[in-house]
Design a protein around this ligand. Structure first.
Ligand code: UTP
Length: 529
């Protein structure tokens, strides 16, 4: 701690002696033939993939009273993040030649453990098998009071404890022996995801495919970023006898470029993007190199410290600090013999988190940044559905964007293609052909065997089809016109009332069923609409 605090105080350059280069990257920002190729490859590897969810974070910026995993990602049907992730795992299983449960590792902390376990148990593990879920709890670490590394006390004999960051996942996967066990069971890839990114499984199949084909030991899902944007940049750093592909914080990237290869700093390319894609902290890691690395390092990730100083001389902290770790820093342990790469996706297709409370989200939007709030995460969840429909050739006419308490929300169409229905674009194309959807219409499809042919859903209307396994539903030449679902903004009184559910207050609206056409098929058979 003393060493890191001294470096923080002097503002030491952590990348002294390194020269930044473009990382090895695959660009999947377009839905083209390459995209389909990687998706098919990734889908064929679902049986060799386990999913690791880091969910120990406090979520201070959001300020939600419960755990973030319990928050609905959308409020048309109010699906919590945890339920959505579980549905994705079940859908992966259903697509295997010999279906077997996808191992699901969840990292909790003292701040989230009890509520996470309670949510799983209260919901019958969201349809997953209890045995496929592995919960690893991270410990809090003592907070530090000053540059000399004195421990901060809450009261005499009682330490202040704080979270140690998501980097703990690697140590826990090592000490629990779980990574080694999963490898023995035939798992070849670990997909690391965060608590509130409803988009992640849109990109996951193709990202896994890239790891397989390119032989990436470590693959970061990334997005195009504009130079100077407050998102860490992924760069290959060469120097000091090493070669690393790592996340460089945006405030360190520009000075590093100026001091080495680019006197103008981080300059845009023809498309206006930086050469260094933005890190969103979704990782695909290959077991064959990960497990030996854990054995070598015991999963210990280099710590960093980020004290907020109260004075010019950087002697006093505003509040006690602590040492932290980040899961993406594992890449620092990989050498030139391992392949570390980056796969770039359309931003809102692969990432839209719910991190900020409504006030801060509005302020971020006003300042031109991404709001990353409940409303934008939901709006983008529907956007991904529209992108899938458009990729299948459906005519999609998008409604206008509105500001709700200063946060942008696109009214529709609100499209929820559930994981059971499709996990890849190819699947959407085989199940949907022709047709149109417009304005603030809603479409929800949940079930493996549903097909739509020339289905027209007019603005404001809604079509919901749900079918259990074994129930095949085909809707053909259907024109849907009804009162649908309506988005209603909360009144000032509702917004401030504790009688309004908190998950609505963090977004400022509710969605009400005014007369959607809902078809539910609960027993096997063939049905047509
Ligand atoms: P976030 O950046 O969302 O941070 O973490 P946070 O701590 O949850 O929220 P704030 O900063 O207090 O507002 C990214 C991911 O890492 C997990 C979070 O749960 C989230 O999925 N995380 C974070 C951990 O698992 N452990 C930690 O100690 C910190």
């Amino acid at each position: 701690a003393r060493k890191l605090l001294a470096e923080a105080k002097t503002g030491a350059n952590p990348f002294e002696g390194f020269v930044p280069h473009q990382p090895d990257k695959v660009d999947l920002t377009e839905f083209d033939a390459a995209y389909d190729h990687y998706e098919a490859l990734g889908k064929a590897h679902f049986g060799k993939t386990a999913v690791v969810l880091v969910a120990g974070g406090l979520g201070e910026r959001l300020g939600y009273s419960g755990i973030k995993l319990d928050i609905p990602v959308e409020v048309t049907e109010s699906t919590p993040y945890l339920a959505h992730y579980a549905a994705c795992l079940k859908a992966m299983e259903a697509r295997m030649d010999k279906p077997k449960p996808v191992p699901f590792i969840i990292m909790t902390s003292d701040d989230t453990h009890t509520k996470t376990v309670a949510a799983l148990e209260a919901n019958h593990f969201f349809g997953l098998k209890k045995e496929q879920i592995h919960i690893l709890k991270q410990e809090l670490v003592p907070a530090i009071a000053d540059n000399n590394g004195h421990l901060a006390l809450e009261e005499k004999y009682k330490l202040i404890l704080k979270p140690h960051g998501h980097g703990d996942i690697h140590m826990l996967l090592y000490t629990s022996g779980l990574a080694a066990r999963l490898k023995q069971q035939g798992i070849e890839y670990l997909l690391f995801i965060q608590d509130t990114n409803g988009q992640v499984f849109n990109a996951a199949p193709a990202a896994i495919g890239v790891s397989v084909e390119k032989g990436f030991d470590f693959n970061s899902i990334a997005v195009n970023r504009i130079p100077g944007e407050a998102v860490g940049g992924l760069a290959k750093l060469i120097g000091n006898g090493k070669e690393l592909t790592i996340n460089v914080e945006y405030n360190q990237l520009d000075p590093l470029l100026r001091a080495t290869v680019s006197p103008q700093g981080d300059v845009p390319n023809e498309q206006g993007f930086s050469m260094f894609p933005g890190n969103i902290n979704v990782l695909v890691i290959k077991m064959a190199s990960y497990v030996p690395m854990l054995d070598r390092t015991r999963g210990i990730i280099a710590e960093f410290v980020n004290p907020k100083y109260a004075d010019q001389t950087k002697t006093v902290f505003k509040s006690p600090t602590r040492l932290e770790t980040m899961m993406q820093d594992l890449a620092k342990l990989f050498g030139p013999d391992e392949k570390v790469g980056v796969t770039v996706f359309d931003r809102r297709w692969c990432f839209s988190a719910n991190k900020n409370n409504i006030k801060d989200a509005a302020a971020k939007h006003a300042a031109g940044g991404p709001p990353e709030s409940g409303a934008t995460a939901e709006s983008d969840f529907y956007l991904a559905g529209r992108m899938k429909l458009a990729a299948a050739g459906v005519k999609v006419e998008t409604a206008k964007e509105e500001l709700i308490l200063g946060v942008p929300f696109t009214l529709g169409p609100r499209v929820l293609l559930r994981p059971a229905f499709a996990m890849t674009l190819a699947e959407v194309r085989t199940k949907i052909s022709g047709g149109s959807i417009s304005g603030d219409a809603t479409l929800v499809l949940d079930g493996r065997d549903i097909t739509l042919e020339n289905v027209e859903i007019t603005a404001g209307s809604a079509l919901v089809i749900k079918a259990v396994d074994g129930a095949g539903v085909s809707a053909k030449n259907l024109k849907v016109g009804n009162a649908g679902f309506e988005l209603i903004k909360l009144s000032a009184e509702e917004q401030n009332s504790s009688a309004t559910p908190e998950y609505l207050r963090i977004r400022g609206y509710r969605i009400v069923n005014r007369g959607a056409a809902v078809y539910e098929f609960t027993s096997p058979g063939r049905y047509s609409l």
